[in-house]
Design a protein around this ligand. Structure first.
Ligand SMILES: Cc1cc2nc3c(=O)[nH]c(=O)nc-3n(C[C@H](O)[C@H](O)[C@H](O)COP(=O)(O)OP(=O)(O)OC[C@H]3O[C@@H](n4cnc5c(N)ncnc54)[C@H](O)[C@@H]3O)c2cc1C
Length: 552
């Protein structure tokens, strides 16, 4: 793209989270003079590694997100991320030790051992497990490719939109009645009802329900949670293992660092502590940004990766948006009730069911506190009734089982992704109540691993208020917006604007609130950059149409 004067760029990316960095890397790679503006003192957003204890800087935690699954090989390869430090340790099994005694391990790809483990609780469920795995794999074959598909503008009669809709239908022409029925079930059922159709043992159902409620303002009995389970089960960390999650060496911040290094190598500039106050608008189009300090920076293309309420309502302004679109963004659902608890441990948990604090296989995967669906549901109902969960649910991991870069020799860090506190806790810090909630969470683990409480050296609690105010995750939602049915695919972030374009000419949108987000998958950033690059190319073509905006 053309050389520019100081303060003028081909592309400005607002937000240096992993999606902003991916967008910047692709834009820079296309030759655009690209600037990333990040409000915090570091890049990464929710994919960040930090040292939260000033008195113990040798402990680093993956402070918010904690495991990789959905980053597509296309992005990993295009940006040569392995050379920039992208290195994944595949996770060990799912592990739950039960308060009443016993435990279960579930493996991503070991049917024989799964059969043995599940047989401990139900022979019938053990026999059903291979069919369940095959059923899920079949659905992943359908849903996986959709993650990389730009959603068509359903309902539009414009020839281009009709063409895209037909193309999607044609690509899926091989689907039969059964598969369509299965997808319909997945999209509409609760994870509890779905699992009841397949399994009988409360322990097995508890284990399989976890993925249905991760980051979701919904208990396992809410319709739509079956899809959340599928979203979290499709993953491919680039090794071809569907649904097999992994730990990035150096924590999730190292994923962001690898993408940032690729962006910089392609010529992008990244500016930290550069909060954007608003999008600069002229004659109805985006022409740059105004920083918090009042500086104006201009660009042909602006890509925002902030939460949709911030990006559109605060930074563009309703006066520049079609009323329907503004109303859709205003009604965007963005609750989670999630609390992230990071711990520094002197030793590994010594489970009564599987004794020993030396490193064992059950420490290497997810170390859960989700003994039954009823337990998980109770935690949600507490929060829905306005109280923090009495006995919270937790998806725990111990990345230092593999990764020796995060803590001193012999010690560990543990990440507890816990739910739920009331959705409106994003409005106030609730500091003392979060401490009490954390005590209760730790007590739950201590019941099954009696050395746990005493092994904790430091603890760090990040609640919904901090997620919103420090990280820009409005409402504390971990994905910039709930993965509820009305906010998926062509509805993400709003009907008519799911193709990473916006109602504002020159402004593109690539946060986790678009299709394929959330999660650390980079797809929104990649797609937003592709849309901008395609429109720029079209505009330069002789007689080319300047399709710099999504029409309403
Ligand atoms: C507790 C938690 C656990 C999670 N666990 C997982 C997990 O294990 N695996 C997984 O795949 N996903 C997980 N997620 C979800 C995942 O982390 C997010 O979906 C993803 O990181 C969002 O990336 P993003 O680039 O779209 O947005 P963000 O990461 O939110 O990036 C936006 C960036 O914009 C910056 N910003 C905000 N306002 C401004 C402004 N005015 N000016 C300039 N910059 C600004 C922010 O500082 C931030 O860096 C988790 C999220 C949370 C919160």
């Amino acid at each position: 793209m053309a050389a520019a004067q100081a303060g003028t760029y081909d592309a400005i990316v607002v937000g240096g989270g992993h999606n902003g960095l991916v967008a910047a890397a692709y834009l820079a790679r296309s030759g655009a003079r690209t600037l990333v503006l990040e409000g915090r003192g570091k890049t990464g957003g929710a994919a960040t590694t930090e040292a939260p204890w000033p008195e113990a800087p040798e402990f680093r935690v993956t402070r918010l997100s904690y495991v990789m699954s959905l980053l597509p090989p296309t992005i990993i390869n295009d940006l040569d991320l392995a050379r920039h430090g992208y290195k994944i340790w595949p996770m060990g099994p799912y592990y739950q030790a039960f308060p009443e005694g016993g435990s279960i391990k579930l493996y991503a790809d070991d049917a024989r051992r799964n059969h043995d483990e599940v047989s401990k609780w139900s022979k019938k469920d053990a026999d059903a497990m291979p069919r369940w795995d095959a059923w899920l794999a079949g659905l992943a074959d359908v849903l996986g490719p959709l993650l990389l598909t730009v959603p068509p503008n359903l309902g539009s009669h414009k020839p281009r939109d009709l063409r895209e809709t037909l193309r999607l239908a044609w690509r899926n022409r091989g689907l039969d009645v059964r598969t369509i029925a299965d997808v319909t079930r997945l999209m509409t059922m609760s994870i509890a009802d779905l699992l009841d159709d397949w399994f009988e043992s409360p322990q097995v159902k508890g284990a399989l329900a976890v993925n249905g409620v991760i980051g979701t303002w919904a208990g396992p009995y809410e319709p739509g949670t079956a899809y959340v389970m599928a979203h979290h089960s499709i993953g491919d960390v680039g090794d071809g293992h569907l649904g097999n999650w992994g730990f990035q060496e150096g924590g999730m911040g190292a994923v962001s660092d690898a993408i940032a290094a690729a962006a910089i190598e392609h010529g992008a500039e990244i500016r930290l502590n550069a909060g954007v106050a608003r999008i600069l608008m002229e004659n109805g189009r985006a022409v740059g940004v105004v920083l918090d300090n009042g500086d104006e920076l201009r660009a042909t293309v602006v890509v925002s990766t902030l939460h949709p309420r911030t990006a559109f309502l605060d930074q563009v302004g309703r006066e520049h948006l079609p009323p329907d679109f503004a109303a859709d963004i205003e009604h965007w659902k963005t609750r989670s009730g999630v609390v992230k608890i990071n711990l520094a441990l002197a030793e590994l948990p010594d489970f009564t069911a599987d004794p020993g604090s030396q490193l064992q296989e059950h420490h290497t995967g997810s170390v859960e506190m989700a003994p039954t669906m009823e337990y998980i549901e109770r935690a949600f109902q507490d929060a829905r009734e306005g109280r923090p969960a009495e006995r919270p649910f937790s998806d725990g991991v111990i990345p230092t089982a593999f990764d020796k870069t995060l803590s001193p020799e012999g010690t560990h860090t543990m990440s507890l992704f816990t739910q739920w506190v009331p959705a409106d806790w994003s409005e106030q810090p609730h500091t003392a109540e979060l401490e009490a909630y954390t005590d209760r969470m730790i007590d739950c683990y201590n019941e099954v691993a009696p050395n746990f409480k005493a092994s904790i050296l430091h603890r760090d609690i990040v609640g919904p208020y901090q997620m919103e105010h420090e990280y820009g995750l409005i409402g504390g939602n971990i994905f910039h917006g709930e993965l509820s049915l009305e906010q998926l695919f062509h509805m993400r972030p709003a009907p008519g604007y799911a193709d990473y374009r916006t109602p504002v000419r020159g402004l593109y949108y690539g946060s986790s609130a678009t299709h394929a987000g959330g999660g650390v998958c980079g797809i929104p950033g990649w797609q937003a950059a592709r849309a901008a690059i395609a429109d720029q190319k079209a505009a330069r073509r002789p007689g080319g149409v300047r399709r710099l905006t999504r029409r309403s």
